[in-house]
Write a protein that binds this ligand. Structure first.
Ligand code: ATP
Ligand code: MG
Length: 147
């Protein structure tokens, strides 16, 4: 399986990167791709295009451009795609930090839905669409293909 997470500029600015990456790593999920990238408007609009027209859309796009993000392609060799994507979404927690369970990333570090600290693909289709916005094939390592 492969899925995308983005630690958004607000969280990078707050110094939460290590803390957040650790959560996935401790589950046995590994990083197949990992980088620092300052997102440009076109990429943010591709990522969140489905929300165009919502009253929070412009703010959401502008927040993504405020500074560098940390983005990762996550992988695991023991789960099928859908289970792994569900697990990643469970680790990040509900979209609204006020509703997210304690122990989840958003539940522990989030304050407001409009200032979410992390993005994660929410389905296999979404992951397949979102990963190529930010990663070239050569930037993604396949652990099982031993050389
Ligand atoms: P993400 O796609 O970032 O992982 P999500 O899938 O949990 O989040 P979406 O509905 O896709 O939730 O919302 C995308 C982003 O839009 C959220 O992370 C949040 O920053 C913003 N957002 C969503 N709903 C609201 C809202 N009601 N008010 C303000 N911002 C919102
Ligand atoms: Mg979403």
């Amino acid at each position: 399986m492969q899925t995308l997470i983005i630690i958004r500029p607000y969280a990078v600015n707050r110094g939460l990167v290590g803390e957040i990456l650790t959560r996935f790593e401790k589950h046995g999920i590994f990083f197949s791709g990992l980088k620092v990238h300052w997102i440009v408007r076109e990429e943010a609009e591709q990522l969140y295009g489905q929300h165009k027209g919502q009253d929070f859309y412009e703010r959401l796009i502008n927040d993504m451009l405020e500074g560098p993000s940390i983005m990762a392609v996550l992988d695991t060799d023991v789960l099928d795609n859908e289970s792994a994507i569900k697990l990643v979404r469970k680790i990040i927690g509900d979209t609204d930090p006020a509703k997210a369970e304690m122990g989840t990333i958003r539940g522990d570090f989030g304050l407001r839905i409009a200032q979410n600290i992390i993005h994660a693909s929410d389905s296999r289709t979404a992951a397949e669409r979102e990963i190529p916005i930010f990663f070239e094939k050569k930037e993604i390592v396949k652990y099982r293909e031993k050389k």
